[in-house]
Write a protein that binds this ligand. Sequence first.
Ligand code: SF4
Ligand code: SF4
Length: 169
Amino acid sequence: MTAGSFDFAPLLAAGLPPPAVKHAGFPKFNFVGGHNDAEHVPVDFELRGCPISKAQLLEVITAFLHGRRPAVSPHSVCVECKARGNVCVMVAHGTPCLGPVTHAGCNALCPSYHRGCYGCYGPAESPNAPALTAQLREMGVADLDLVRMLRTFNAAAPAFRAESEELTS
Ligand code: SF4
Ligand code: SF4
C-alpha cells in the first residue's frame, strides 16, 4: 500500500468514534505537505514533507481516531541521521546540509545517500537558522547560495523566510 492508495472508505463507513467527532471530524483533516497552508486555512494537525511520510500520516490518523496526541517528533533531520548511523556530510565532506534546522520525518533520506538536506520537510521546532547559516558561511557557502537553499522549499516558513531576508538585507 502506498500513502496515495490509502482507502479511507472503511474507516468512514464504520462511523467515527467520539474523539474524532469531538474534534470536528476526521474527513475534515487537512494534511499539508512542505508548505505553509496552516497560515491560510484551519488545520487540525500539520504534517511536514512534500510528499508527507506515510508512517506519520498513519500515526496521525490512528492518534486522531483514538483521541490522543500524535507521536510525531518535532526534532530535526540530524536526529534521524545520527540514529541511522550516517556519517555527517557536512563534517566529513563539507557538503552544505539543512538537516540541523529541518523537521524530521524522512528518516534522513538525503544524507543517507551522501547528499545534503534541502529542507523539504520545512523547519523543525525552534530551528536556529542563523547559527546554521553562520557555520555554512564559514565553510565557504556564498550568501546567495544560502538564500537559494532556504528558498528552495518552504520559502515562506517563518524561520526560513526570516533568515533568507536577513541574508538579503
Ligand atoms: S549530514 Fe546533515 S542531517 Fe546528517 S548529521 Fe550532518 S548536518 Fe545533520
Ligand atoms: S531534503 Fe531533507 S527533509 Fe527532504 S527528504 Fe531530503 S533529507 Fe529529508
